[in-house]
Design a protein around this ligand. Sequence first.
Ligand SMILES: Nc1ncnc2c1ncn2[C@@H]1O[C@H](COP(=O)(O)OP(=O)(O)OP(=O)(O)O)[C@@H](O)[C@H]1O
Ligand SMILES: [Mg+2]
Length: 254
Amino acid sequence: MALLEINQLVKHYGETVALKGINLSLKKGEVVVILGPSGCGKSTLLRCVNGLEEIKSGQILLEHSGQLGKDISWVNARQHIGMVFQSYELFSHLSVIDNILLGPLKVQKRQRAEVEAQADELLKRVGLFDRKNAFPRELSGGQKQRIAIVRSLCMNPEILLLDEITAALDPEMVREVLDVVLSLAREGMTMLIVTHEMTFAKQVADRIIFMDKGEIIEQATPDNFFTNPTSDRAKAFLNILNYDIPGASFADNI
Ligand SMILES: Nc1ncnc2c1ncn2[C@@H]1O[C@H](COP(=O)(O)OP(=O)(O)OP(=O)(O)O)[C@@H](O)[C@H]1O
Ligand SMILES: [Mg+2]
């Protein structure tokens, strides 16, 4: 079995059918990037996998745990599946370290010394150890987003879901965040990523999924997807982005 398996996932918002029967599996260590036009269901898919939306039908299965929301509760499932959002979602009244320690101490009931040692290591890794006692308001957007990633990693997730985590950042901060994600990918972190950064998508992805109107239209390796998309909708999407010069859309040479 794959690490994560999504079967026939259907999600409605009232009359709107946001996901029309999604099938998708993720192997351990695999990085899958989801692309597609605004409103096609990318965020909804990630939110469903993290139990933030009630689904109409279908199943989400995690290796060793079974069906999410059934064999394993969503609260427990979220300890295996971390999610980072565009808007950081840090607690403004807590320092960086307290933001990071909250889940591991309160939810996972781990020992403070052990978690703090792990947090220190991760903070050093993302270059923010010296901001350990700062508050979110004292950090730049890029720093906040790196802290949000550290906070997720400190729960030791098996899978990380990233929903446009650089969309709110000034261009000069995009790279410092994407570099962290690239290094996680190289270390074998399993990730499902929604991004509008095409050069980054091409670099980080083992597989690209192209969605439109709640459906997966195309799946391909990054090379194949960007040089030779098969569906008209993917071609139109890449045309709109003006993706005719490989590497042109994002910082030149990550
Ligand atoms: N809370 C909600 N209530 C009602 N409809 C919603 C809600 N959230 C999303 N939708 C609808 O579901 C569909 C999919 O939305 P979703 O946010 O998943 O798209 P997306 O691919 O993430 O788009 P974007 O690239 O703009 O972030 C859209 O038609 C959207 O209007
Ligand atoms: Mg979205």
